[in-house]
Design a protein around this ligand. Sequence first.
Ligand code: GLC
Ligand code: CA
Length: 568
Amino acid sequence: MPATAQPDRTDPSADWWRHAAVYQIYPRSFADANRDGIGDIPGITSRVPYLASLGIDAVWLSPFYPSALADGGYDVDDYRDIDPRLGTLEDFDAMVAALHAVGIKVIADIVPNHTSDRHAWFREALASAPGSAARDRYIFRDGAGENGELPPNGWTSIFGGGAWERVSEADGTPGQWYFHLFAKEQPDLNWDNPEVHEDFLTTLRFWSDRGVDGFRVDVAHGLKKDMDAVHADLDTIHRAELFASGEHPLWDRDEVHSIYAEWRKVLNEYTPPRAAVAEAWVHADRRAKYASPEGLGQAFNFDLLKADFDAGQFREVITKNLGEAAATGASSTWVFSNHDVVRHATRYGLPKGSGWEGAGADGKDWLLNGGRPAEVDAALGLRRAKAATALMLALPGSAYLYQGEELGLQEVGRIPEEYRQDPTFFRNRGVDVGRDGCRVPLPWEAAPAAGSSFGFGSDGAHLPQPAWFKEYAVSVQDADPGSTLGFYRRALALRHELEGPERLEWLGSEDEDVLHFSRPVDRGQWHVVTNFGTAPTSLPEGEVLLATVEPEEGKLPADATAWVRTAL
Ligand code: GLC
Ligand code: CA
């Protein structure tokens, strides 16, 4: 197809992403085929029957590229290869074929804001002189101070500490500084450089040609920066969500959309057009730009993830986002958990107001208290998580699920320091425990082959699995329809049956702690009732298709969701 061709909108599969249930795989922690303790691509292939049994429409794979893992793989050495510890390109092709054979689409994670410091371009930049073309692919500046010994300005890294790192020049003398929004092993690319643009288009084609159906765009609201801006307010330097103007020096600048317009042209060369979803932590009013048909098409909406388990907050978020989607023609996205946040089964078991990072009143991480943290009511957390998930899966739009939530996994609080990997932990000692706790490998088997490994590695997993993971193992839940896994399978299967127009109607309830909406489906209405309160609530007359907690005498107990179908 020539580059100018329009996508074939008559292709019924072109819009699959609008209502997809997408399951996020964190490859190094999903399944380990060769039992060396690190999840791998053949491991994913070996679990295709499991993925098919879930009833998902697509998988999104976090980065699988060669990487020193300074940031869990979001420090990419080579965008067009596979980390040898995870497999080969042939393994990747086999995985895509196996997933496609069961009707599951594949979304790859693309990381355009920064490369790793081991990327060929960065090594070339270090070996080249200040002002060279090789340095211009990144953001190098002379230092301040008499001898350039101070960073060019006071901007900080999102992971803590300064955002500038000084290099040694080729002759060994102290030299220029480079900019990194994240870890120092993640130098930011210069998106004013045409070569950078070209190279990412090549990468999009590389994976699209291999059958990848879509891309998740990491830090999509970064990329374009005004490095000359004098921004004195360091308190808001990483708070893009506070800015509705497009004038923040580092985040969500208007110019970024010209990049995605270029990408969209390339993605539309394919049939069906390749999908894309932006990770953009921006002001709610600005999300639509990322999700426009001329841009990426979809953007994550983290509003529900940030909300407490609270009827009023949920209702407000849902109404606002569906309204926005309707106004722009985009589809909504919903998500509670991913590899960056405390698992929702744990969040909802923490005192209200702990926030999505699980911070306590003193700003310190609750999880620092170790173990399955003392303050967490794990049973309540899981019960609420199932209620929230059942509500989410009934909403119009696409739902993003994170590996392990289908098992009801809790965040792992206690991880020995020598196993810690997240740079957030090391850069914010004693305050922020980081994101390793949601990245502990999945327990596949309850009976460990050796050591404490539940189906992962013969000597244990790269992030150790705690003994209590045993009770969550796939082997324990697999045959039990009453398990959390059984609930996910049932809900996802029903979700397909109940697909209907992207519309919902709120129905009144006497109780402000209860949310009730309905959606038109084939020959009837699909009612969804979530009880956020403490007293049982009545359900509409009809067939109860699903309930996260069994109704008693026709009433739905606290912290539960039911789906009820009523006939026309
Ligand atoms: C995104 C990723 C996160 C990573 C960061 C830098 O926010 O989700 O895991 O650390 O980008 O690439
Ligand atoms: Ca392995």
